[in-house]
Design a protein around this ligand. Sequence first.
Ligand code: G16
Length: 543
Amino acid sequence: MSIRTVATQPFSDQKPGTSGLRKKVPVFQQQNYLENFVQSIFDSIAAPKGASLVLGGDGRFYNREAIQIILKMAAANGFSEVLVGRSGILSTPAASCVIRKYKTYGGIILSASHNPGGPKEDFGIKYNSSNGGPATETVTEAIYAKSKTLSSYRILDAADVALDKPGETTLGGMKVKVIDPVSDYAELMESLFDFAAIRALLKGGFKIRFDAMHAVNGPYAKEILVTRLGAPVDSVMNAVPLEDFGGGHPDPNLTYAHDLVEIMYGAEAPDFGAASDGDGDRNMILGKRFFVTPSDSLALLAANATLVTGYRQGLAGIARSMPTSAAVDRVAKSLNIRCFETPTGWKFFGNLMDAGKVTLCGEESFGTGSSHVREKDGLWAVLFWLNIVAVRKQSVETIVREHWAKFGRNFYSRYDYEGLPTDAANSVMQHLHESFAALPGKAFGKYTVKTCDDFSYIDPVDGSLSKGQGVRILFSDGSRIIFRLSGTGTEGATLRMYLEAFEADASRHHQDAQEALKELIQIALRISELQTRTGREQPTVIT
Ligand code: G16
């Protein structure tokens, strides 16, 4: 076995987005494309000789090939040990858990998250640091800079490693440890939640349905919900991970998780429904014929945290991404703890958690998590909810309605315009920037613009500045309209329009969110000129 140094040309398009590098599979299959990016990671992270890594992915098409390439490159780049999930599988939160538990130098996660998989669909790769969380912007910028000048990479000439059974092998001088992808994570969940109480709830006839969407969380959900908590086997649907997610779009929202939504809104609806995404870090929570918005879910978890085993001591603080509704801000206020507002991207929570400033974090994009790992965590959110229900012995809907009655309701919705021509999407954003000077003080129906800006963030821990994180139009009554370009798409541009209006009056809390936000939606379309500039009358997805 010998180490080969292969001459290569840099690629100009390897800038990591909101969460790592995501491209179509054929892009990754170009000669040297993956290798270049991996070498750029290794050259940027300054791992000492003999460092260890975690490696795994969500099992989508190209996962297996990529794992073999990365293993051979790790061996050629001086790593002493790589922990790989069996068959190359690790959910994103499980990878974070394993990095932390075994104190590895970092980890590489292969996933394009909620994007579809298959030979013509999406693939992705990202680096997580020793805290288990996505690399900070400083590191991703260094990786990008390296990728633009790379002239060679190192790889070991060796046969593929057998990955389908736990055990140890060597690759050159490096140890490859194939680990069970589920057990460390399941153990962590058992330490955080009252499994006995949840078991009793399920035994008492509380029916649940979890949709794994043919993605990575199937085996995790079966082990935790069925084997450890005693839920009937049919409580987990689409539980077999498939390379193409069964042709579906593994994004847990009302549009793409339609099988589950039909069941939860049907005549025989279970009491609790949930889904997670391709790599298991997102979650959607449903009650019987009732949808919980991710922003409300975060607020609810925060307000009820002390009912849950691992959070009895209370929360150090909370963080939410800027477009996430301010529902959790009021909970933080009532708990007398800080609430941080960060740019979109889980990587912005890492420093706050490491510094002990926050315990819970969440995003409107169906992500919730805590400092137990450094990624958002789909099944964790499900268990948190089940623990709350087991203690409060109320339905999901009652718990949410009582919350609104106490704290007020933030009506919230997000409109996604996917696959737009990049120029059209940029023109909307530019037009909004150009409107900044004229908007403040302007009245639109019952709403008056207070300020508008492009959100920027100074990390309170390391002082780094992140600019251009989304256009905010803030109204005098606290309502908000936000526009952002997604950083996770792989085709054209995805423009996101976020709408939020606060309602203190409980007699209006029953309204449908689209109805309550009707006027604000029209204002957003008018101010942005979105429809004329993009030619799109309707969004692709409304959540
Ligand atoms: C990633 C990030 C999240 C972010 C989401 C959407 O999630 O980790 O922090 O909220 O993308 O980002 P964007 O609006 O830029 O598309 P995931 O689940 O795709 O890894």
